[in-house]
Design a protein. Structure first.
Length: 567
């Protein structure tokens, strides 16, 4: 069932090679630090789950409600799998394997089985993590964990089958499919689904219903559960949801047997899909290999796309002056203009989704709703855009010799490198805030304060990412996304951000809150004046924190040893 013996041998050899590569990577001191932190955090999290599960009282959850939310969660995972299938049609094989495997005397079904086994091995880790997280929230931890693991191991088979079908469609209607904006469509569908799920779980009327109050619009989880349309849409997820939420062994074993049989049937049927995937797989492999080469030069992110031919002749203005500082910033601005056309479109769509969600979450015209909606757009937009855009040192790892040779102080080089990205993020979010304000007729002068403070927040966020990156550069290696050092790195980055947040609250937040209280409640000044005073003090505090981060980035850039960093 699991393919040709030679392919099983290849899987074992690749596993040993991955372990050796991991061991070599851990020889670096920074990798050891990140790996130890990641291991301790992972063990601590699993221990806390086990301890809390052993001592907490039994959870009294209505089975119908648990089943409904399990179905919703599975439906979301299925939709994510469907969207992902648009990006990899055919099957993906690494560059160093594809020509050998496609030319070897192997059946197409054996190659598909080999790819499925590799995908399932990687999905097992995510399944264990999801299973442990869900197990602590349901009555039977063992049934929930096993059910989630089986469900997660079913998704890669579904994704591979869809990829093959889409590849066959492209082979049949060729040019038409190539001209269809499938990624654009999948992005729009993802935004719509995300808004629907977020509105479901953050609906204020749902909270009121759970507290025994009547919702403003009559919305309730019971009404949603009783909807025939929703029930019909969720019918395909019922076997896996019933397995996850089973409360006794007979019910669990019955549903587990059905899901296991479906898994085996889906595995074999996918391997037997009569589609010639060779040409598409070669194109997919070449495309991903090109992306990986770019990613290894600058890490992850959307900002490492290739240069568009249409943008090569575009003139980029010198927004930050014509001196040395402006020249460094101009280089980054040019990269954004010439490489980020597709990224800009996707980012604008995501920000539009955040704007719609903020309008839905804060529909009132009171000052609190107006500022709350703008703050929500700024927060979500900063987190998303700063995570996706990488027009900074993370995209310059192979050019550090040139960067360190710039005739400019390290702190100024650091600031000039990250400033264009900060400006782009601030401009996108300011546009979203003002569009929402004009569309809802809720334009308030204090919105200018949020728009003015947001670049300082973005500067701090991007500066932290680059300080950590310069301290321990990260080169992307396929298949190592969940390695211990990467987990530890993410946790340490979160710890650094939390420390910076505490420093910001100490330097900016507390004085701003005190001044707002004194102006508003002691001197009885209008609320707008009190808030404006608080925002002004907060801006000064944020500027102080950002200055400290910029100097820290300059120090890390100065100590960066190009001779020792060779990947």
């Amino acid at each position: 069932m699991f393919g040709h013996p030679a392919l099983r041998l290849l899987i074992r050899v690749k596993a040993r090679g991955a372990l050796r590569a991991q061991w070599r990577r851990l020889r670096r001191p920074s990798s050891w630090v990140f790996a130890i932190v990641g291991l301790l955090l992972m063990l601590g999290w699993i221990s806390s789950v086990l301890v809390s599960g052993a001592f907490r009282p039994p959870i009294e959850t209505d089975h119908a409600t648990a089943l409904f939310f399990a179905e919703i969660g599975i439906a979301v995972l299925v939709l994510m799998t469907v969207f992902g299938a648009f990006n990899h049609r055919g099957i993906y094989l690494p560059k160093e394997e594809i020509e050998l495997l496609l030319s070897a005397p192997l059946a197409r079904g054996d190659i598909i089985r080999y790819r499925l086994v590799v995908s399932l091995m990687r999905t097992t880790i995510a399944g264990v993590i999801f299973g442990v997280g869900v197990a602590r929230r349901l009555d039977s931890a063992l049934f929930a964990f096993t059910g989630v693991l089986v469900t997660m191991l079913t998704l890669p088979i579904l994704g591979q089958a869809l990829s093959l079908v889409l590849g066959d469609a492209e082979n049949r209607i060729g040019l038409l499919v190539k001209r269809l904006p499938l990624r654009f469509v999948s992005t729009v569908l993802g935004i719509v689904v995300g808004l629907g799920v977020a509105s479901l779980f953050l609906e204020r009327d749902l909270v009121g219903h759970m507290l025994g109050e009547t919702g403003l619009s009559g919305f309730s989880i019971d009404a949603l559960m009783e909807s025939p349309v929703v029930a019909a849409l969720l019918v395909p997820t019922r076997p896996w949801a019933s397995m996850i939420t089973a409360r006794d062994a007979p019910h669990f074993l019955a549903w587990f047997a059905l899901c296991a049989a479906l898994w085996l049937a889906a595995f074999e049927l996918t391997a037997r899909i009569p589609i010639d995937f060779r040409e598409l797989s070669l194109a997919t492999s070449a495309d991903i290999a090109q992306r990986l080469r770019r990613l290894r030069r600058g890490g992850l992110g959307a900002g490492v796309a290739g240069v568009s031919k249409e943008t090569l002749s575009w003139r980029v203005p010198w927004l930050f002056g014509t001196g040395s500082f402006g020249a460094v910033a101009w280089l980054k601005s040019t990269a954004i203009v010439r490489k980020a056309r597709g990224t800009f479109v996707v980012s604008a769509l995501i920000i539009a989704g955040f704007t719609l969600f903020a309008t839905y979450a804060f529909p009132g015209s009171d000052l609190a709703y107006v500022l709350g909606g703008a703050a929500l757009i700024a927060t979500l937009g900063t987190i998303y855009l700063c995570s996706g855009l990488r027009f900074d040192f993370r995209n310059d790892l192979e050019q550090m010799e040139l960067v360190k040779a710039f005739p400019l102080a390290p702190a100024l080089v650091f600031l000039a490198t990250i400033l264009p990205e900060v400006t782009l993020v601030a401009a996108l979010l300011a546009a979203a805030i003002f569009v929402r304000a004009f569309a809802t007729a809720e334009l308030h002068p204090l919105l200018l304060a949020i728009v003015a403070l947001q670049p300082l927040v973005t500067l701090g966020w991007v500066a932290i990412d680059n300080v950590v990156f310069l301290f321990a550069p990260l080169r992307y290696t396929p298949g190592q996304e969940g390695a211990l050092q990467h987990t530890g790195r993410s946790m340490l980055l979160a710890l650094v951000r939390f420390t910076a947040l505490l420093a910001t609250l100490s330097v900016a937040g507390v004085p701003a809150a005190v001044l707002t209280y004194v102006c508003g409640w002691v001197f009885d000044l209008p609320l707008e004046i009190a808030l404006a005073s608080g925002f002004a003090v907060m801006g000064v505090g944020l500027a102080v924190v950002d200055a400290a981060l910029v100097f820290a980035g300059g120090y890390m850039l100065a100590r960066f040893d190009v001779a020792r960093d060779r990947g």
